[in-house]
Design a protein around this ligand. Sequence first.
Ligand SMILES: Nc1nc2c(c(=O)[nH]1)N[C@H]1C(S)=C(S)[C@@H](COP(=O)(O)O)O[C@H]1N2
Ligand SMILES: [Mo]
Length: 168
Amino acid sequence: MTHNTTSDADSTQTDAADADALAIEIVGDDDRVTLSPRDFETFPTTDRECTIECASGTRTTGTWTGVVLADLLDRVETPPETTHVRVTSTDGYAVCVDIVAALDAIVAVARNGEPLVEGKPYATRFLGGNIDGARTVKGVAEIEPLALEPNADPSDLESMSLDDASYG
Ligand SMILES: Nc1nc2c(c(=O)[nH]1)N[C@H]1C(S)=C(S)[C@@H](COP(=O)(O)O)O[C@H]1N2
Ligand SMILES: [Mo]
């Protein structure tokens, strides 16, 4: 997929940047699909009651509305023995969760009825009942199902060490 660059300084620049911020790439075995905000809106949504707890002790509970990850994965050819799903943010934050937790997770677009886009820069959030707070990725950019070897360490595929306060 190609994008217009934002170097044309005109009134569409902000819209284009916003659209890019919400585009989500699903990476399959041999194929990849980029979902624009408009594509994303065509999926049914569901609600999840979810508490996000940080190692530091901060907790936030809310009702999150979003698209079930399984529906997104259906758009690509997944590896036959998928064991994990890697989710990467626009800020480089990346987590790797097991497939059971991932299939029950959602990519949320709203919290307590409020669109996440109003809390920029993060318009989406990956979360689920069996996903710990630190692995609830804000600003989902890429979702990749993986078939890891039994002795592989999924945390090798994570980069969760951004501690710039602006990443929250
Ligand atoms: N993209 C991105 N997502 C992220 C983080 C991050 O740095 N970048 N931090 C994580 C951590 S450590 C926690 S505890 C929660 C914090 O979520 P909150 O700001 O809603 O409390 O977001 C998680 N998601
Ligand atoms: Mo955290």
